[in-house]
Ligand binder design. Sequence first.
Ligand SMILES: Nc1ncnc2c1ncn2[C@@H]1O[C@H](COP(=O)(O)OP(=O)(O)OP(=O)(O)O)[C@@H](O)[C@H]1O
Length: 462
Amino acid sequence: MPTSPIITIFIVEDNALYGELLEYRLAQNPDHQIRRFTTAQDCLACLHEKPDLITLDYSLPDGSGDQVLRLIKDRLPEVAVIVISGQEDVRTAIGLLHQGAYDYLVKDEETLDRLWNSVGNWRKQLLLRRENQRLREQIGQQYDSERAILGESPQIKQLFTLIDKAARANISVSISGETGTGKELVAKAIHFRSERRNAPFVAVNVAAIPSELLESELFGHEKGAFTGALNRRIGRFEEANRGTLFLDEISEMELSLQAKLLRVLQEREVVRVGGNARIPFDARLVVATHRDLNQRVKEGRFREDLYYRLLGLPIELPPLRDRGHDILLLANSFLQAFCRQNNMTACTLSAAAQSRLLQYHFPGNVRELKAVVELAAVLAESDVIQPQDLSLRGERPGSAPPELPGPEADESLRSQTAAIVQRYLWLYQGNIMEVAARLQIGKSTIYRMVQKREVELPSSSS
Ligand SMILES: Nc1ncnc2c1ncn2[C@@H]1O[C@H](COP(=O)(O)OP(=O)(O)OP(=O)(O)O)[C@@H](O)[C@H]1O
């Protein structure tokens, strides 16, 4: 069964004593967050808080039950309204149920128990609905994740093998790789291929959450645990129970929280902030970082004991620039999808645009490639994308690298080499070390070519 949800209940009752009785009974479930109102107006003014359930006294001083019910349902069609009335009138009851009330209770000595049962039944239905919705989303994601990781390079084939191994074993996984290389995609693929696939995949970006809130985000908190903790909140560990918890940018976690995380992992139990109960959890941890975690340990910024606990099966994602022809495979797939989604004629990449993509260094990796080809599809004058349509980082859209000589040009090896080196110098902003590494030639060869004026350093390089 999924985790019990925290639900917000509004009690609308003008009789203060009776309202208190209702609250007392419903508050016996600590997952009920209750607010009480004595007039319809006050309740209506707070509907933006989106309560999950409202108990509504039929005879309020400022509105009859059916009017108030209509106003509530107009604004919040999803909310469950239980009408509580002093009169036993079957026709009124039927009318209210037709109008969308969830239940109709008459005030007598059994009302509190009947209310308790009614809310209990509604909770069960809610849980089933949410579970149903989650499973549907999950199936969609599973389907996506099976097709999502594209690539045929040896590095990506090796990655598929590791994903399968990770999916079969129940161990922690640590994924490293530059930004945009697909770390979250890999974490999802592991989850959806593992036996945990029917339980939740929960992702938390450690760097995106202010450090003072991260502890309660991960472990949850009890009502009143700190200023602003108005309600009890279930943490991400509990949410991911029986599934996978993906902690992205783990290297950014503060040392004090690292110590708490280590304890949680050792004891396989969480304690909500401000609480005492030890809540066991069973979630597989997958962590990711774009930094060298080992280096962070050496610098004293990441705990060594936590590092070893999280390391598990390490998976390193290669940067896109090292995946050879996968660049074009991905580019074409992104282009096709984009044109289809936007009802555009299918775009293709000209040979020159392809070669430009193959030579670019893609600091933002696959994410950048996707953005670049999508923008190119929009900018292109025709359905064939040209090099000048590709806005690569650090360049103005429209500026293009020096072209390689065509077949009619001087074909001596020396001039061909010079043209290639010139193009790479342009692509890597005159970084001779980088160009030498990429082309696998000595840097002294490049310096010699510069000296002999066979090539020129781009004006922006120093
Ligand atoms: N091999 C791939 N095939 C298809 N799409 C990919 C591939 N790798 C990454 N993507 C896409 O690239 C984008 C970035 O991927 P993802 O968010 O997984 O990267 P990341 O490494 O987790 O990034 P960050 O370090 O910024 O968190 C997503 O849209 C993802 O679907």
